[in-house]
Design a protein around this ligand. Structure first.
Ligand code: SF4
Length: 196
C-alpha cells in the first residue's frame, strides 16, 4: 500500500467525504466533475468573410446568434481570424481584431443616401433610385466625354471624366467582373480603399 503523509490523508478524506455527500443527494460525482461552462459560441452560426480594411485581405469567421425567425434577427456576437485561411492563419492585426465594433457602429452606412445640390443633409433613398440615378449620370457623362482618339489621332477609347471607387472585400470573381465592367466602359480612374 502506498504511504501518504498526514496532509495528503486529510485531503483525500475531505474529497471522499464531499463526493459521497453529493452522491447521497442524488448527484453523480462523475457528472458533476465533468460538467463545464458552455462554450459561448456553441449555438452560433459561422460565416466566412474577408477583412475589409487593407490589401492583406485576412480571412475571418463571423459568429452570429439567432434562429433567423422573423422576430429574432441574427446578430453577430464575435469575429475572429480564420485558422484555415492561407493568408493569415487565424491571426488579425488590431484593426481586424476590432471588427465587431465596426460592424455594430451607429455610424455605419447601411443604405444609399443622397445629398441634393445646395442641401446640407443626406436623405435616405431606395436601392432602385440609387442605381437608376448612378446609371443615368454615368451614361450622360460618358456620352458627353468619351474620347476615341487623342490629339495625335491615336485610338485611346477612354473615359476620363468619371472615376470608380470599389470595395476590396469581395471575392476574386466579383473583383474580376467589376474590373471588366469598369475597363469596358473606358474608365481609367479605378481604385478601392485597399489599393489592390
Ligand atoms: S486584419 Fe489587419 S492586416 Fe488583415 S486585412 Fe484586416 S487590416 Fe489588413
Amino acid at each position: 500500500m502506498p504511504s501518504v503523509t498526514r496532509r495528503q490523508f486529510l485531503k483525500l478524506s475531505a474529497a471522499g467525504l464531499g463526493a459521497s455527500s453529493l452522491a447521497v443527494l442524488g448527484f453523480s460525482p462523475g457528472e458533476v466533475l465533468a460538467e463545464v461552462r458552455e462554450f459561448k459560441l456553441a449555438r452560433t452560426t459561422e460565416t466566412r468573410s474577408t477583412c475589409p480594411y487593407c490589401s492583406v485581405s485576412c480571412g475571418l469567421i463571423m459568429y452570429s446568434l439567432g434562429d433567423k425567425a422573423k422576430n429574432s434577427p441574427a446578430e453577430i456576437i464575435h469575429i475572429e481570424g480564420d485558422p484555415d485561411h492561407p493568408v493569415n492563419r487565424g491571426t488579425l492585426c488590431p484593426k481586424g481584431a476590432g471588427l465587431l465594433d465596426f460592424v455594430h457602429s451607429p455610424n455605419r452606412l447601411k443604405y444609399p443616401e443622397y445629398r441634393a445640390p445646395g442641401s446640407d443633409k443626406f436623405v435616405r433613398i431606395s436601392w432602385d433610385e440609387a442605381f437608376d440615378r448612378i446609371a443615368r449620370l454615368m451614361k450622360d457623362d460618358r456620352d458627353k466625354n468619351f474620347e476615341t482618339k487623342n490629339a495625335a489621332g491615336v485610338n485611346v477609347n477612354r473615359w476620363l471624366s468619371t472615376g470608380m471607387l470599389a470595395a476590396s472585400a469581395s471575392s476574386n470573381e466579383s473583383g474580376y467582373l467589376t474590373h471588366k465592367v469598369a475597363r469596358s466602359l473606358g474608365l481609367l480612374a479605378f481604385d478601392n480603399q485597399a489599393r489592390v
